[in-house]
Ligand binder design. Structure first.
Ligand code: ADQ
Length: 493
């Protein structure tokens, strides 16, 4: 990994393994979601430590540590659990993280509950994480995502002197949305205690720069392509766009195995002799599931030649199942699936097949390979790894990607994908028809160009770009510290 081979500690809200209580025993399940998918290969490759919440709250029966030790043996890196209590789980995780920051940063301010108790709990849990990390003497602490934006400030208060870098997996909001947050100055000031802050896209970086300048918490200036620096008087912070990626070779290799080929045949048998549209998402309102169903329904209304020609397989990973809003989304989704199948099914054909669970990597690969069209149409998404996984798995380059212009991935894949505004149901319905009826040559040209981008800019390229930046920044600081001309007030970096 270039010259950035420091000891690495990853810090995120969730550990990559989640403990669940089942029949009086603890079960370990692999963590789901994009952050875990992206970071696991990095730590597996270079070793290190991962700090995060294992899904256990205080007061639950002992015995869960044994499960984590087994994951450590299997994965080759150390896991350091931070346990939350029930109140922290409700007010920090379900509260500030998922009922304030998630909707606000995805552009849904009306869904936010700006409860001051939630913000207080956010501070307490960030302090808990800072306590857990303060003793770690690794060279580089890489903190991830919106749950932990205050950790750097809290560590600096404990005289932590090492490098602190941060990556935001979700979008950074526009100034119009960010300034609705009652604690906007404090949150942004706290974030600026990191030395390097990474965003998914140019758009996010630009929004961040605007917020820093508009709210007057620093002076942000562009610093070359995809980079900016923020002058704070006593120190400087760097920020940049680093589009997250996948382990391309892993997906491409798996898709070409005999096992996956066999599963493709079985799957084709299960869905019938039709072309397949595929959706793969966590259950979340930001993923645009309802709009997607409406677009498919409209495509079926307007194009009778799609009847008994396509099926739509939607795979949904359960997420935040005990939150009312998510239960309501699932009910709404089920209702519309029932309506569409009720309206259009024939004795031989059912237009939507819907699975509500996690599938293993081979099965996911078979779905990606068989799909004629992948529907990746979030209303807003930091990056969206499904779009990249689909392309990497398309070893015969015959599938079409229908991609929302509001997914971070659109910055890299926009020219190969069929881009849509997911709020425009009519346009998305047309895009479905266009994708299904696209000629083989155009399909292959588009898919080839996207696969090239994804192969070149894979997850190792991404981590190396980010860590080298962190490393270079450290070198610059060291050079300045040993130079006579370095102004004294900047030595506190
Ligand atoms: P997520 O919101 O979790 O990630 P995404 O990037 O699409 O979204 O990742 C989902 C992951 O879950 C994919 O790797 C996918 O393969 C996996 N997955 C989905 N359904 C599955 C199923 N039924 N069975 C098994 N696996 C399934 C957040 C941000 C994203 C950003 C990532 C990484 O919201 O915008 O891309 O972090 O930074």
């Amino acid at each position: 990994m270039g010259d950035s081979g420091d000891q690495l500690t990853i810090v995120s809200n969730r550990l990559p393994a989640v403990l669940k209580r089942c029949d009086d025993a603890w079960q370990v399940e692999p963590g789901s979601g994009g952050l875990v998918q992206a970071m696991s290969p990095i730590l597996c490759n270079r070793g290190g430590r991962w700090v995060g919440w294992p899904g256990v709250t205080t007061g639950e029966p002992d015995g869960w540590e044994k499960g984590l030790r087994q994951v450590e043996v299997d994965s080759g890196f150390e896991l350091k659990p931070v346990v939350l209590n029930q109140r922290e789980f409700e007010q920090f995780y379900e509260g500030f993280a998922n009922s304030v920051l998630w909707p606000l940063f995805h552009g849904f301010p009306d869904r936010c509950d700006f409860d001051p108790d939630f913000y207080a709990a956010y501070g307490q849990v960030n302090e808990k994480f800072a306590d857990a990390i303060a003793g770690v003497d690794d060279d580089l602490l890489w903190v991830h995502d919106y749950h932990l934006m205050e950790v750097a400030r809290r560590l600096r208060n404990k005289d932590y002197g090492g490098r602190l870098v941060f990556f935001l997996h979700i979008p950074f909001p526009s100034i119009e949305n960010f300034s609705k947050l009652p604690w906007r100055h404090r949150l942004l000031t706290d974030l600026l205690h990191y030395d390097l802050i990474g965003f998914q896209t140019e758009r996010d970086l630009h929004h961040f720069q605007n917020c820093v300048n508009y709210l007057g918490v620093g002076a942000a200036e562009e610093d070359g392509p995809s980079r900016c620096h923020i002058e704070l008087g006593t120190r400087e912070v760097e920020a940049g766009a680093f589009p997250i990626a996948i382990d391309y070779q892993d997906f491409a290799r798996r898709a070409a195995t005999d096992e996956v080929s066999q599963r493709v045949e079985v799957l084709q048998g299960d869905i019938g002799p039709y072309q397949m549209l595929l959706g793969v998402d966590r259950l979340d309102y930001s993923k645009g599931l309802i709009h997607r169903l409406q677009a498919y329904e409209m495509a079926l209304e307007e194009h009778l030649d799609l009847h008994e020609e396509v099926v739509f397989l939607q795979l949904v990973v359960p997420s935040r199942e005990n939150v009312d809003e998510y239960q309501a989304l699932k009910r709404e989704f089920d209702r519309i699936v029932g309506r569409i199948n009720g309206r259009f099914s024939t004795a031989a054909w059912q237009p939507i097949h819907y699975l509500y669970n996690c599938v293993d990597p081979e099965q996911l690969s078979a779905m990606y390979r068989l799909a004629s069209v992948a529907m990746v149409t979030p209303l807003r998404d930091g990056m969206n790894l499904v779009s990249k996984e689909f392309c990497a798995s398309q070893v015969d380059e015959s599938g079409v990607l229908v991609l929302s212009e509001f997914a971070g991935a659109a910055e890299q894949l926009g020219s190969g994908a069929v881009l849509v505004n997911p709020y425009d149901i009519g346009q998305t319905a047309q895009a479905i028809y266009r994708a299904i009826t696209m000629e083989a040559q155009e399909r292959s040209q588009r898919m080839k160009s996207m696969r090239e981008v994804i192969e070149h800019s894979d997850v190792y390229w991404w981590a190396e770009a980010f860590l080298e930046r962190a490393h270079r920044q450290q070198q610059t600081v060291q050079e300045l510290l040993t130079s006579d001309s370095f102004p004294l007030e900047r030595r506190s970096v």
